[in-house]
Design a protein around this ligand. Sequence first.
Ligand SMILES: Cc1cc2nc3c(=O)[nH]c(=O)nc-3n(C[C@H](O)[C@H](O)[C@H](O)COP(=O)(O)OP(=O)(O)OC[C@H]3O[C@@H](n4cnc5c(N)ncnc54)[C@H](O)[C@@H]3O)c2cc1C
Ligand code: SF4
Length: 528
Amino acid sequence: MSIFRSRLRALTRPPAPRRWVYVPYDQLGVFGLLATPPESLGIVMVETPEKAARRPYHAQKLAFVLASGRHFALEMALRGVAVDHRVAPAPREGEGSPLVATLRAAARDHGPLEVMRPAERELREELAPLFADGTLCERPHAGWLTTREDFAAACPRAPFRMDAFYRHARLRRGVLLEADGTPTGGRWSFDAENRRTWRPDLAHPPAPIPPCYAVDDVTEEVGALIRARYAAHPGTLDLSALPVTAAQAEAHWGWALDQALPWFGPFEDAMHSASSGLFHTRIAHLLNVHRVLPARVLADALGREAIPLASREGFVRQVLGWREFVHHVHEATDGFRTTPGYAGAQRGDPLPPAYWGAPSGLSCLDHVVAQVLREGWTHHIPRLMVLANIGTLLGVSPRALTDWFWAAFVDAYDWVVEPNVLAMGTFGVGEVMTTKPYIAGSAYIHRMSDHCKGCAFQPGRTCPITPMYWAWLQEHADALARNPRVAGPVAAARKRGDGDARIARRVRSLLAAGQRVTPEALIGEGGG
Ligand SMILES: Cc1cc2nc3c(=O)[nH]c(=O)nc-3n(C[C@H](O)[C@H](O)[C@H](O)COP(=O)(O)OP(=O)(O)OC[C@H]3O[C@@H](n4cnc5c(N)ncnc54)[C@H](O)[C@@H]3O)c2cc1C
Ligand code: SF4
């Protein structure tokens, strides 16, 4: 018997009479239904090997989810909760979802189960037969900071705008407000100030080093399982980088609060090869599985009045603003399936091998991809302005790029990755939640990072990303014609010749073939 199972068995509690709750992989906290007094609570947890194999999930993501789930089971058992932890069988032809079959069996033992509304659409779809026949009863998810009604009040219909939602959420919760209802500091957002570059040689504050965690035998066993069963999955497995026990999650948040948050705001958009995360908190994977609760991080950050307002407001905007907003947009649009243009987001080129580590010759892309394969994580700006930007300029299908993000990132779940990639990163579903495409040429990457230093290309001169930017605007000029936020660049793009498009085509074909782009390979293509 495995170490985990024998430890759980030693903590076995009498099964009845209790309220039995199914705990999906991303509800691993004592909140909502799970805050029921331990002596009257029973939980059902299911590991589903078929789900783990459904996409080429990064080894760190598999390890994080599995080890966090097992530690949560042990922690709940230790509190006095009855824990029924099962492993779903392998799928068999014609037999339907192994998860559904396992939950039916659990309900036969315990009676109908309750569950907080799953955040992932994919899971809700899978569980639909159980909701329909009453095996599973859905209850509200108590982890969100805002309600559907909040969203509807601020954003009654598409296009949805984050600013309106964020202002509404702050007003409703009384966050960073003066007595007269005006925003603390006189502004709702300090974003304009939070755009500094970071250089270690400029007496900028040193970037904090993310903590490492002791790997206990339960976590080690998960590591062995992943090495044996999911050896073909991409990414480096580093168990010591994963906060998987409640104590480790707590320590991680303490680190973020003390070390990262004070400088979070000013350097929020900076990238540097000396520090992959700079002052970002690296808390998304913990928040998304509720090992640390959003309400908790919000309260702690607000309570640290010594942290400069630009940093506190910047962080609040991410957690109370963006995180909640994308969740509501995903729910309101059924993951964009009801958005006109969703079908178009399936079209485009396949993802080039560079996103799985084949050298592209574009130093910024190679640098960020290497980090993602190493850590299963990178911060917001490399995601948006390198990975999604270059993918978009290459004409990659927004859906294919979204699926890559979903597999490659330790914090990715459909409700968060689809809005961020399909809608924001690629503009794949148009203006439903952003006013313009987030695309840029080499000037942005050069200004905000040091990646261009080691590149064979020169930003603004030989770098192909700027011509690709113009080519993209030319290609989409008609669709963007009525968008005032890009009218200027579109007009400028129309005046350029066809050299940009030639460069873009050449870069696409080289990367599609898994080849490196070199300055020599682009000679004679024109552009500039
Ligand atoms: C193309 C693209 C893909 C993304 N994919 C994901 C994803 O799969 N999962 C995910 O959690 N976030 C995703 N994000 C949002 C954001 O980049 C990450 O939440 C953040 O980088 C995680 O690092 P952190 O915890 O250090 O965040 P910090 O920068 O420290 O921010 C604090 C928290 O704010 C929340 N947050 C900030 N921005 C967003 C946002 N746009 N959407 C949702 N939450 C946000 C996160 O919970 C984050 O932990 C994506 C963004 C882009 C542009
Ligand atoms: S020169 Fe261009 S390709 Fe190279 S790192 Fe800079 S932006 Fe990226």
